[in-house]
Design a protein. Structure first.
Length: 329
C-alpha cells in the first residue's frame, strides 16, 4: 500500500529548473505510481491519499491518522508493506512517531524528494522505486520504520534532514545508515536498530489520546541562545502547554534566566526535557542541574525529543518515569 501525504514529491514545477518555488499537491499517490512503471516489476501496489500539502502543515493529528491507516493496511487488510510519500522537512518526526506506535513487524517505509518529479535531476522517481524495493524485501521486516532517500536506508530514530536542497539531505549522524539499495536493485543491510520500536514499544497498540481531551498533549520546543530571557518559556506555560523541550547550547546548557523560567514551568506541572541544538551527541545529567526536575534527552534531537515526550505524556507518565522512557527509547 502506498499512502501519499504531499511534499515536494507531490509537486509540479513551473519549469525544469524550478527547484525551490514549486507548489506541492499536484501528484496523488496513483499518479506517482503511474509515473514509475518499473514498480510493476517489484510489487502490486494499491494507493490512497491522506493529504496533499507541505509536510510543514502536518500535525500530530495526521500522525495518529497515519498510525491507524498503517496498522489497518498491514494487520487487518493483509498488505505486506506500507510506503508513505512525505515531505522531507518533517519526515523525521513522522517516521519516529510511527516507529514507536505501529504494532507490526511488517515494513513501513517513508520516501520523499528534494526536487519535483518533472525537474532536471529529480530524485522523486528513483526514491519511490527504492522505497518500494525496501518495503518488498523480506530482510526489512522487524527493523522498525525506515526512511529511504538517495539509495540509503535510515532508521526512523536516527534519521535527520541535514541539508536544505542537496539530494543527499537525509543522514543518520554518527550512528550511520542501516543499509543501501545497490545498483542491481537488491537491498543490502549492514545493521539493525538497537532501541525498542514497533511491536517492542510500550506506545504501540493502545489509544494515545487521553480521555476527554480529543488531542495529543501539547509540547513546545524552545531554542536556547546567549541572552535567552525565558519569555518564550513563560508564553508556553501561559498557553497551556504540558511539556517543553529546550534545545540547549552545547551539552544542553541554558542561560541563567532561561533556567529559572524552566524551573518555574516545572513547578507548575510542565515536564521539561533538556536536549541540544548541536545536532549530535548525548545530553547527560550534570551537577549544574542536579537539583532541577529536568529530564535529559540522551542523543535525541529536539524535534524527536518532542515526539517522545508527547507519547510519554499521552501515556500518563510522571517525570521520573519519563526519564526512564528517554533512557530506553
Amino acid at each position: 500500500m502506498m499512502i501519499a501525504t504531499g511534499g515536494t514529491i507531490s509537486a509540479r514545477a513551473r519549469h525544469r529548473r524550478d527547484w525551490r518555488d514549486y507548489q506541492t499537491g499536484f501528484f496523488k499517490a496513483a499518479d506517482l505510481v503511474a509515473q514509475v512503471p518499473e514498480l510493476a516489476e517489484v510489487a502490486e501496489i494499491a494507493t490512497m491519499d491522506l493529504a496533499n500539502f507541505s509536510s510543514a502543515d502536518l500535525t500530530p493529528a495526521h500522525w495518529l491518522r497515519l498510525r491507524d491507516l498503517t496498522y489497518k493496511y498491514l494487520e487487518e487488510e493483509g498488505y505486506d508493506g506500507v510506503v508513505i510519500t512525505h515531505g522531507t522537512s518533517t519526515m523525521e518526526e513522522t517516521a519516529y512517531f510511527l516507529h514507536l506506535t505501529v504494532p507490526s513487524r511488517k515494513p513501513v517505509v517513508l520516501v520523499g524528494a528534494q526536487r519535483p518529479l518533472e525537474t532536471l535531476g529529480s530524485d522523486a522517481a528513483v526514491n519511490i522505486l527504492h522505497g518500494v524495493q525496501v518495503a518488498a524485501a523480506g530482510e526489512s521486516a522487524g527493523r522498525g520504520v525506515l526512511v529511504v532517500m538517495d539509495a540509503a536506508i535510515h532508521s526512523a530514530r536516527e534519521v535527520r534532514k541535514a541539508d536544505t536542497y542537496r539530494l543527499d539531505a537525509m543522514d543518520s549522524g554518527r550512528a550511520g545508515v542501516l543499509g543501501h539499495i545497490d545498483v542491481d536493485g537488491t537491498v543490502q543491510y549492514d545493521r539493525s536498530p538497537e532501541r525498542p520500536h514497533t511491536v517492542g514499544s510500550e506506545f504501540a497498540g493502545f489509544s494515545l489520546i487521553p480521555p476527554g481531551t480529543g488531542e495529543l498533549p501539547r509540547v513546545g520546543i524552545v531554542f536556547s541562545c546567549p541572552g535567552a530571557d525565558g519569555v518564550v518559556v513563560d508564553a508556553l506555560v501561559g498557553a497551556g502547554y504540558q511539556g517543553i523541550v529546550v534545545a540547549g547550547m552545547g551539552a544542553g546548557i541554558l542561560s541563567g534566566a532561561e533556567e529559572q523560567a524552566l524551573r518555574r514551568a516545572a513547578e507548575q506541572g510542565l515536564v521539561v526535557v533538556r536536549s541540544s541544538r548541536t545536532g549530535g551527541g548525548r545530553v547527560l545529567p550534570v551537577e549544574r542541574y542536579a537539583d532541577a526536575p529536568f529530564v535529559v534527552g540522551d542523543d535525541l534531537s529536539p524535534q524527536k525529543a518532542r515526539v517522545l515526550l508527547i507519547l510519554a505524556l499521552a501515556a500518563g507518565k510522571e517525570p521520573a518515569a519519563i526519564q526512564e522512557v528517554f533512557d530506553t527509547y
